[in-house]
Design a protein around this ligand. Sequence first.
Ligand code: ADP
Ligand code: MG
Length: 607
Amino acid sequence: MSDVIKLLPDHIANQIAAGEVIQRPASVVKEMVENAIDAGASKVQVIIKDAGKTLIQIIDNGSGMTENDAVMSFERHATSKVRKAEDLFALTTKGFRGEALASIAAIAHVVLKTRKEEAETGISIEIEGSKIKKKEACVCPVGTSFEVKNLFYNVPARRNFLKSDNVEFNHIIDEFERIALAHPDITISLHHNDNEIYSLHSAILRKRIVDILGRNSNDKLVPIEESTDIVKITGYVGKPEFAKKTRGEQFLFVNDRFFKDSFFSHSLSKAFDGLIQPKMFPSFFLYLDIDPKKIDVNVHPTKTEIKFEEDKLIYSIILSSVRQALGKYNIAPTLDFNRETSFDIPYDMHSKPVVEPTIHVNKNYNPFQSSPAKTGNSFTAAIKAEGFGSNDASPKDWQSFYKVEEVEEAVPEVVELNLEIDNHLTKNFLIRGKYILTNCKSGILVIDCQRATERIVYDELINKFISNPISSQKLLFPLEREFSSNEKNEWINNQVMLERLGFLGEFQELNLSLSAIPAVLQEESIHDCINLILESIAYQEIGKGEIAHVIVQSIASATGKRKATIQNNESAEALVEQLFQCTEHSFTPRGKKIIQTLTIEEISLKF
Ligand code: ADP
Ligand code: MG
């Protein structure tokens, strides 16, 4: 019997590979512009005819190639970017598979002209269906120009599969914008059928974004900046009122590479929770800088999906830094990490029916006079009363017209709870180490010490852990604790986070031996704390991104219980001060009320 297995000829293998890498003209644009950037170009021109079906030309002023490299570049697995296996784990270039040029040359007519700076002449190569048709010296500028003509000329199924010019060109614009946003320092232009679509000069990021979105977008952008030992995040988010009906303005980059990630996008949507309408999408341009060893760009042939080693932590960091930024620019009313919606609605009101607010209007209020109206409350009467409309108006009348601010007491009366502490009157009264009474403008505040502690510890830890692991204390004797197998699995699933938050330990079968715990936690509260953590991670549905705050919540809650007894007025005072430094001081992370107010009215009703 004769053998039947044969190796595929190169040009067929290349055609098959091309199916993966080159789906449409936009893929050629992406691969070629990325090559130009990898070659160190500071200027790249993209010239398109008929949505790329007739011509895609990319001209760059990068390193250029030698004659040999120019020929080699079309071979499959020919790359100058990866030499040994380890390089794959520390990629700093866009390309590394050595597949793009071989694929493109298999399914199009390609003309390459390239010259290195030190070479007197350049080299021109024409290639069709993977075969070199012509190779000669040529006169050309330093850098590289690729012309890709008649894409898919020999793969009719593919060519017929292409969509209308409009759709295909929109794909090209998408790729172009992604690269332009990833590299604001590069001057880059896009022409289509002799129309200039983009001509972007090297710029700082904010300017590049504005150049792409349009001039009036500058005011929409809120800067994001967060530097942690795991990831550095920079970029911008759009203010909530500019949210879009589509995901069109959502860009994530890691190490200057555009990528898609529904998990991280979810964290951004969450940061905008309550600030934008449902079914609207926030705009964002977020740049993650991360050690290349901690990501895997190798999971997808076109490399828009990327695996992250520490995805849960990064989720939390994004969420918190975006919320902080929105808060800093006074966009979100509060910054609570834990909050489902960012509006200041007390938790116990969520389930209550909405009641229309009532405004009490002082009917006798007259904006034009400081004493009660003498002549009724109609507008004309009020004007008359100040001398306007009468013949003998005097300067005095005009002066009083401008005195509006001085009549504050007469402004329509709006009932408002003022939680601000009245500094002149502050005197804290400690009741049995459990409650603190303190003066405020509208009456008396009653503060629950245990809950206040919980909030303070939570805020402190959640802010700290974002930038660094929180401090942990070694136990003199390891603490043993028996887990169920489900509990053990969940504990191990979240080990990275737990360690970052201070829990170090090892399992022997189902027995956890804890050698260190978060420094804030007292030994007596460890069991309490572990119970709380397990309750959430092993027995409740919680999103991956919620893990951090669930654990911190548990630590805070366990700490709160222990430290609850405040012994003297000094520590009471310190507690009140710390509490009011928290962005959310009315509710614990679990939504329990920390403060009750007794207003003067309520007190007077008791007498
Ligand atoms: P990869 O980018 O994965 O290395 P490609 O097939 O895209 O594979 O390119 C093959 C090689 O050709 C690159 O590694 C690079 O050495 C060279 N090359 C491609 N485009 C350019 C360019 N515009 N300027 C200089 N060299 C280039
Ligand atoms: Mg490449």
